[in-house]
Design a binder for this molecule. Sequence first.
Ligand SMILES: C[S@@+](CC[C@H](N)C(=O)[O-])C[C@H]1O[C@@H](n2cnc3c(N)ncnc32)[C@H](O)[C@@H]1O
Length: 409
Amino acid sequence: MGSIKVVELFAGVGGFRIGLQRASDRFSVVWSNQWEPGTKRQPASEIYAARFGHQGHSNADIATVHAKEIPKHDLLVGGFPCQDYSVARTLKQAEGLAGKKGVLWWEIHRILKAHTPGHVLLENVDRLLKSPSTQRGRDFAVMLASLADLGYVVEWRVINAADYGMPQRRRRVFILGHHKSTAIGKQMLKLKNAETWLLEDGIFADAFRATAKSTLCTFELKGDLADITQRFNHDKRSAKSPFLSTGLLVSRTVHTMDVKPSYAGTFTTLGEILLPSKDVPKTFFVPATKVRGWKYLKGGKKELRTNASNGFSYKYSEGAMAFPDPLDKPSRTIVTGEGGSGPSRFKHVVRTPEGKLRRLTPVELERLNMFPDDHTAGASDARRAFFMGNALVTGIVERIGSVLQARLK
Ligand SMILES: C[S@@+](CC[C@H](N)C(=O)[O-])C[C@H]1O[C@@H](n2cnc3c(N)ncnc32)[C@H](O)[C@@H]1O
């Protein structure tokens, strides 16, 4: 068993686990949790347990899991939903933290507080850095301040997998915290030059080379979490978020800047991951009678529409999407509604060498996230597409994991 004990929260079908296992056999997942709200059937958890075993896997709402049920660990990982992290003074809980019920960030926070693992690696949509629209960046500010108060120094980076040779354009923010008691945490507490960490010495800088696109901004996160909720970026409605594409939090000081990827390797295209047409079941081909419907949805339009509930007419316009999807570039982002045969603006459609149009198969969607072929086999095609829409590009976790484990030696 590896020496770096990992807990995987919001595990889905195990993207973090796959990436970490590929990075090093020093990582060993000792406990995982996956529960789909609002449904009795739990196919993601079933796939997870079928691939990695039932031992140490929990299929319960994380809010109902007592911290004592979770074993000791060195690294907590998870891709959690982007929700409202605001904190109201009146909602104070027994421990003094005022996280709203049902907000999953506070579940992560609760487990970090109880276990204080040395490191934490989280993934989210990049919108997290900017939300909510009325107080740009407030939620990330609350999250960072709450991590600082637990004794973590934090680095983050927005990464688009395709910029680093991976097959899908998927922009996500990765957030890596190191407790101040760890060697990396101590090193970061003594940092003299934040920019050098962000561009050269940091873990993201090492895993994903980048160069400066803006100057460094430095500011303090002042006040308790309720103060931050009330005041952060409050006077400047619709002002920009101060959190740029990479950054560092040391105590309550934020250093942040925009960076651009610096990558000299090869790129992977959508065409390269496709199955030969003979291996694609008939149901994935778009019947000739349906092509018009697809073209309409994918096309640019300017039209008058009527709101069904209030009868008001409004002008609707949207630009054209590439149809079919280009095969000589990395793919667009996979969304959860990718499955099913009905025409849609966002599902991928490719033209086969024989000139036919077809949707992507579950195996192709797995390849776009760099999962093993047939990792999700056993669930329905639509469900498999849903899993991949929720998952991450495992190659990113692999690279972060490689650098992290080398630094932990
Ligand atoms: C963004 S996905 C993460 C996917 C994962 N990284 C992967 O590679 O498949 C978030 C996951 O959290 C799960 N989830 C949502 N609410 C939950 C809760 N209260 N307790 C446990 N899991 C939950 C969802 O079912 C979903 O699978």
